[in-house]
Design a protein around this ligand. Structure first.
Ligand code: FMN
Length: 192
């Protein structure tokens, strides 16, 4: 399996790190593309900064390299995820702007009907962002906000991070056996 991971400048780099670890464990071939702000936020949020993410990828491409292989629909990949995904990048993808390697690869994924998962992290949400999420969904992307559940009674932050990373892996079609799933308790009338 071949997955392109786009890293943009939203908070949430631990989610990207946890997902890259899952993909590596599953033997997925990963091509990583970081925006400049993505690198900057990674430096703030992770020990080792963007390098700690890049060392988990099989290949690292520059976001300004519009001639790199994922920019063309002739070159195959199974799916793409943008994690974390900024409002800016989400809006560009939703409205077909392909001015960087990340946004162009997302446009390729949509036109070729390949999997595209967008993991926005912003709060509160403005109407333009909600409209962009709607447009991206109508275009075929899966919008998977970084919103962990609490029904597995997490004790550590890493359990919340893994919750989101495992959902991302599943959305890409990577089976995660140990993934947290809500199970009804006997006699429970509560919905998840
Ligand atoms: C420390 C820091 C944290 C940020 N967090 C967010 C965020 O959580 N969500 C978001 O949409 N933008 C966030 N931004 C703003 C984006 O990085 C900015 O809009 C940038 O131009 C997006 O470019 P990119 O999508 O190419 O990475 C943050 C910026 C910085 C410097």
């Amino acid at each position: 399996m071949k997955i392109v991971v786009g890293l943009t400048g939203a908070s949430g780099m631990p989610y990207a790190l946890a997902l890259l670890k899952i993909l590596r464990k599953k033997g997925v071939k990963v091509t990583l593309i970081s925006s400049n702000t993505g690198r900057r936020v990674a430096a703030e949020e992770l020990d080792g900064g963007a390098a700690s993410l890049e060392r988990l990828a099989g290949e690292v491409l520059e976001n300004c390299d519009m001639g790199a292989w994922p920019a063309s629909g002739s070159n195959d990949f199974d799916g793409m995820i943008v994690i974390p995904c900024t409002t800016s990048t989400l809006s560009k993808i939703a409205y077909g702007i392909g001015d960087t390697l990340i946004t162009r690869t997302a446009a390729v994924a949509l036109k070729e009907r390949r999997k595209l998962v967008l993991v926005p992290r912003e709060t509160p949400l403005s109407l333009p962002m909600i409209e962009a999420m709607r447009a991206a969904t109508l275009a075929g992307a899966v919008v998977l906000p970084a919103m962990p559940g609490f029904y597995h009674r997490p004790k550590e932050v890493s359990e919340l991070v893994d919750f989101v990373a495992e959902r991302c892996a599943s959305a890409l079609g990577v089976k995660v056996k140990e993934g947290v799933r809500w199970k009804a308790k006997k006699g429970s009338t509560q919905n998840p």
